[in-house]
Design a binder for this molecule. Structure first.
Ligand code: SF4
Length: 68
């Protein structure tokens, strides 16, 4: 399965991804994007990839999680 990952070193808290993907991301206490630890629904993949492209600091990635 796949999950969204945020590079906190890079995220500037612009809010774009939290706004676009509010089922997957929220703001943390520092005002940066924080993943909601949710498996990516294939139907949402296109929107997620578009948001990844538009992140100004390339802080968003999709991570493959190996199932146990
Ligand atoms: S779009 Fe990028 S910089 Fe903006 S809040 Fe999301 S991860 Fe951070």
């Amino acid at each position: 399965m796949e999950k969204i990952k945020i590079n906190k070193e890079a995220c500037i808290g612009c809010g774009l991804c939290v706004h676009n993907l509010n089922n997957y991301l929220e703001f943390d206490e520092m005002g940066q994007a924080e993943p909601l630890d949710k498996e990516i629904n294939p139907n949402d993949k296109k929107e997620i990839l578009e948001t990844i492209e538009h992140c100004p600091t390339d802080a968003i990635t999709v991570e493959e999680i190996k199932e146990a």
